[in-house]
Design a protein. Structure first.
Length: 283
């Protein structure tokens, strides 16, 4: 990954499948010096010595997905900054998305934190502690151009089959609007369902749509019919009570926004920088 302002260099190692989980080592420029200590800089306790273990759910571009045999994306790059500040490397574990709502893998000690383009909600706060918001997100209604749909209300009026990713706020919003959407396991599956005609419209996070429509073939056949501002903000999560790690994440986010690193990563992974999407760190 390119050095930003001369302060960060990191290399993502090749993907390795272990015990049914996808493990990807994302090595930073420093490690624990071979001491074997599970205590990182700032007194942060880690589940494994020398590494910051991150739970995610793949694929979810542009936040995290496998590219050229490596897990890369906006979330990955931001957590790399946290790992570097702690003097360790980042390891990524691919887990089912429902674990993020319950905090299961954090509570069981399999991961230090979770990074999965996850919306901060009061319900989820009961099970995990969130970092400061790092991204303001909206939902998009993506449709087949031949559907004639121009809004979410139009999807209902024309009885168009709607899809959404299971266990997400997009699916929750659709259900609150009276839909019974077809549930897909991942964002890639949602978009493939639209591409193959299983559904004619989907509700999905707009940043995902932005990246998908960069493909010419997709842009020729599909379009955004509606944007829904649901007031969503993304946050990273840690086990409840893990204050030191939460503070380390917040510091890395604040530093990245202050020195321009956040903006550079945003432009690389999301697109033209949108100030309104870069939620300022809470005080």
């Amino acid at each position: 990954m390119n050095t930003l302002h001369g302060r960060r260099t990191r290399i993502l190692a090749a993907t390795t499948a272990t015990a049914g989980l996808l493990l990807v080592a994302a090595c930073t420029s420093t490690d624990d010096g071979g001491s074997g200590s599970r205590t990182a800089a700032g007194g942060v306790e880690l589940v494994k010595a020398g590494q910051l273990t991150t739970c995610t759910h793949l694929p979810y571009p542009p936040f995290q997905s496998e590219i050229d045999g490596k897990v890369q994306g906006f979330d990955v790059a931001l957590i790399d900054l946290v790992a570097e500040d702690l003097g360790v490397k980042q390891d990524i574990v691919d887990t089912p998305f429902e674990n993020f709502k319950t905090g299961a893998f954090l509570n069981s000690g399999e991961c230090d934190l979770a990074a999965a383009g996850m919306t901060i909600t009061e319900e989820r706060k009961k099970n995990v502690d969130f970092s400061d918001p790092y991204f303001n997100a909206t939902q998009a209604v993506l449709v087949d151009k031949k559907s004639g749909v121009t809004s979410l209300a139009d999807v209902k009026a024309k009885k168009v089959k709607l899809g959404a990713q299971a266990q997400t706020t997009g699916e929750d919003h659709a259900k609150k609007q009276g839909f019974d959407p077809v549930s897909f396991e991942s964002s890639d599956a949602v978009l493939n369902g639209l591409r193959t005609g299983q559904v004619k419209a989907v509700v999905i996070d707009y940043p995902v749509v932005q990246g998908w429509l960069k493909d010419k073939a997709n842009a020729e056949a599909f379009e955004v019919a509606d944007n829904i501002n649901t007031g969503e903000q993304y946050g990273f999560t840690v086990k409840k009570g893990n204050t030191k790690l939460r503070e380390a994440v917040n510091k890395a986010l604040a530093d990245a926004k202050a020195d321009g690193t956040y903006k550079k990563l945003y432009e690389r992974w999301i697109g033209p920088y949108d100030e309104s999407a870069a939620s300022p760190a809470a005080s």
